[in-house]
Design a protein around this ligand. Structure first.
Ligand code: SF4
Length: 181
């Protein structure tokens, strides 16, 4: 049972990797996240994911293409919300890689976060699976969110303070201006 696990970052991979290995999957990580801003943060998350993979002995494939313009175009022209486009972009790439390289299944570490739109990720994964001809397996990894935080702290991994894109970075740090007078 070969599983390509789309990895959004090292800390989010901690619990899903442990869970999938325990269930008998032959797991390979796959990093593809051109949504992350700024580029220095993208490199830092990529390096942390690599560090995690090395520490737990996970085979890890990296696609470090960074199509910033494409991502922004999608995010700005997104009638149903930019996160939907962002999930779709990343999961479609993972599905295509999995299909082209003979994996049985694909899934994503995005399903571990209580801050993501869980049902939307599930629906998009299943939809892409039907389009690309590769099985998507759904897991509610949120059940292991605290376990994943614990593992990532034990492994001393960098934990990012915002979701990833420039919009989420603004929302994390922008403070309302104080009224004068
Ligand atoms: S908030 Fe997160 S999921 Fe939504 S578009 Fe930004 S990086 Fe993607």
């Amino acid at each position: 049972m070969s599983m390509l696990l789309h990895v959004c970052c090292g800390p989010c991979a901690a619990y899903p990797v442990e869970y999938l290995k325990a269930k008998g999957f032959d797991v390979v990580g796959y990093f593809y996240n051109p949504n992350i801003h700024p580029y220095k943060e993208f490199r830092r998350r990529l390096e942390t994911a690599e560090e995690f993979a090395a520490k737990v002995g996970l085979e890890f494939i990296i696609d470090d293409s960074y199509q910033l313009e494409d991502f922004l175009r999608l995010a700005l022209d997104a009638p149903e919300g930019r996160c939907r486009e962002c999930y779709h972009l990343r999961l479609r790439q993972a599905a295509r890689y999995a299909k082209a390289n003979g994996y049985d299944y694909f899934t994503t570490t995005l399903l571990v976060s209580p801050y993501q739109q869980h049902d939307v990720i599930k629906a998009i994964g299943e939809n892409i699976a039907a389009q690309e001809g590769i099985a998507f397996l759904y897991f509610d990894f949120r059940l292991g969110w605290h376990e994943g935080v614990k593992i990532s702290k034990e492994l001393e991994l960098y934990r990012q303070p915002y979701c990833g894109c420039v919009f989420s970075e603004r929302d994390r740090y922008q403070k309302p201006r104080k009224e004068k007078g």
